[in-house]
Design a protein around this ligand. Structure first.
Ligand code: IPD
Ligand code: CA
Ligand code: CA
Length: 289
């Protein structure tokens, strides 16, 4: 029997990578200024989403496309995130799922934001959704924050400095045999994705793994891989805001993230596969067949 995920236990207090004024609280002292800005925006948007979740039955929703709802809640959340980030870093560009692209004067920095990842879950009162904020510098994601306000789980990653869940350093799970692994995926739904292709992939993978899951929020799927809760994850047809922060989270937790095809950048193609190097390798072999 293989032991559970080999998650690191080092807390942020030991892994401190930034020191600030002694007057600031612990969170402010231990993370970089950029991360603090992102966390503050995510938490503020999170409070708004949580209020809206409580009033979900009164929420007005409009159809963005077949089975793809956009709510007032995510527009409100995006505006909160935008206001906070723009105030702190006025020159940075901003790409948000709801508001599109807002050019900045600083061409080397762009925020990539999904104000509500897991909209379908949210609208059904399922507490698996998140605000996802990534920061890209010169084409590379350098910081990521993913926050689920429903359970107050806050994931943080900064390039070269590790990934954390509520101050605990994250490591991807250590399993190497696919038949011991729990793997998550995305499911194409009505009007979206290649259903036949997915069925082929699902059949091939489901025959090889201990369990297959579909949680419905790509950012949290990636965060769960980083946290060692899931051994692997693959999904096609995503957008950069679904995965920018999560990809960094997995990499900073020691995992491997690539495009499903070779070569390619998931941030551009939207096709992503990840796990520890062994699980990633096995999944890739199956998916590229
Ligand atoms: C969706 C979620 C879901 C994934 C979809 C995404 P949204 O984002 O991440 O897990 O399967 O492809 O579009 O629409 O809830 O922000
Ligand atoms: Ca999304
Ligand atoms: Ca969204």
């Amino acid at each position: 029997m293989t032991r559970g995920p080999s998650r690191g236990t080092q807390s942020l207090k030991q892994a401190c990578f930034c020191a600030n004024s002694p007057d600031q609280d612990l969170e402010h002292m231990l993370y970089s200024a950029t991360i603090n800005v992102m966390v503050k925006a995510a938490r503020r948007a999170g409070r708004s989403l949580k209020r809206d979740l409580g009033e979900i039955e009164h929420l007005q929703v409009s159809l963005k496309g077949p089975a793809n709802f956009v709510s007032l809640a995510d527009k409100r959340a995006e505006e909160i995130v935008y206001q906070d980030l723009a105030k702190a870093r006025p020159g940075y560009g901003f790409i948000g799922e709801e508001g599109g692209t807002r050019e900045g004067t600083d061409k080397s920095h762009t925020w990539i934001v999904d104000p509500l990842d897991g909209t379908t879950n949210f609208l059904h009162g399922i507490p698996q959704f998140a605000i996802s904020i990534g920061l890209v510098r010169e084409g590379t994601v350098i910081a990521g924050v993913i926050y689920n306000p429903a359970n107050d789980e806050l994931y943080i990653a900064e390039r070269g400095k590790g990934a954390f869940l509520n101050d605990q350093r994250l490591r991807v799970a250590g399993r190497r045999q696919l038949n011991e692994c729990v793997v998550a995926c995305g499911l194409p739904h009505i009007g979206r994705g290649d259903h036949e292709e997915f069925r082929r992939e699902m059949t091939a993978i489901q025959d090889r793994v201990a369990g297959l899951r579909r949680f419905g929020a790509a950012s949290l799927d990636l965060a769960f891989v980083a946290a060692g809760r899931l051994d692997g994850y693959w999904e096609r047809d995503l957008q950069s805001w679904d995965i920018a922060a999560g990809m960094l989270m997995v990499r900073e937790a020691g995992g491997t993230v690539t495009d499903i095809a070779t070569p390619g950048d998931p941030l551009v193609t939207g096709h992503v596969v990840c796990g520890n190097e062994y699980v990633h390798g096995e999944l890739v072999k199956i998916l590229r067949r």
